[in-house]
Write a protein that binds this ligand. Structure first.
Ligand code: AHQ
Length: 249
């Protein structure tokens, strides 16, 4: 491809090639290979670099929170899709917790509510968060692609896609540290969602990783797990890329 065709705007994550496996990886090596995708995680994206360096404007924060609500709202729907495809009652029993974490045990509770409160803390009126008027068409399509993936792929591949959260504790901790330091105007309650994920994400990752290690024991199933993780990494990267360029100063 000639240099002039190189993308000048949208960015692409560094992608470690995953060469075809000659043999199935034992569980520990499978985890290592999954973790080796960390360089493609969207914490590396310029938008997040702006966020953590203190360079994000209030408007960019507001656009990010309003658009990211579309992602938070598809999470319980994609988890419902995984439940509907999963034949194992023990897995379903544990996976149910993810839906309760996001939707809450009753109205006005749960992670999605905390995300709306983040948007309000950033200055977006609650009704403008809830009616999703600021969600970009591309972000909506990207988020729906995650639901479609989890509806249409074998449930273990959908579980593998959730393992981007192997890399999430760092992103939540960075926000908890960066916001008070660089953005003192953000009320402390705006961070409540990130604090909740510091507890929930590691628990979810332990559960999801154990499922992938238990079920992906052939080169074919392990390769499909890598492809599922790569899809989700691209999905997150594409989402933040749209937000970044839509709200570029
Ligand atoms: O808040 C997030 C969340 O609840 C989930 C569920 C999980 C999944 O099942 O795919 N992924 C995920 C993520 C959440 N927050 C993102 C962020 O940047 O705040 C990170 C994202 C992920 O890493 O997949």
């Amino acid at each position: 491809m000639t240099a002039t065709l190189a993308a000048s705007q949208l960015s692409t994550p560094p992608r470690p090639p995953f060469p075809p496996l000659e043999r199935p990886l034992p569980p520990a090596e499978l985890e290592d290979r999954l973790r080796s995708f960390h360089g493609s995680y969207y914490v590396q994206h310029p938008f997040h670099q702006l966020m953590y360096s203190g360079a994000l404007t209030r408007r960019q924060f507001q656009g990010w929170a309003a658009n990211r609500l579309a992602y938070q709202r598809v999470v319980p729907r994609k988890d419902g899709a995984i439940l509907s495809n999963c034949p194992d009652p023990d897995v379903r029993r544990d996976w149910l917790q993810r839906i309760v974490d996001h939707d809450g045990p009753e109205p006005g509770t749960g992670g999605i509510e905390l995300w709306i409160r983040l948007g309000v803390a950033l200055g977006v009126p609650r009704d403008e968060m809830e009616d999703e008027r600021h969600v970009l068409p591309a972000v909506r399509l990207i988020c729906e692609s995650y639901v479609t993936f989890c509806k249409s792929k074998p449930w273990v591949e959908a579980v593998a896609a959730s393992l981007t959260e192997l890399f999430a504790p760092k992103i939540h901790q960075q926000r908890i540290e960066a916001f008070p330091k660089h953005y003192p105007w953000i009320p402390a309650e705006g961070l409540d969602y990130f604090r909740s994920r510091l507890v929930q994400a590691p628990r979810d990752v332990r559960h999801g990783l154990a499922i992938v290690q238990r079920h992906c024991t052939t080169t074919e199933t392990q390769q499909r797990a890598f492809e599922a993780l790569a899809f989700k990494l691209d999905m997150l990267w594409a989402m933040i890329d749209c937000i970044h360029h839509a709200y570029a100063e």
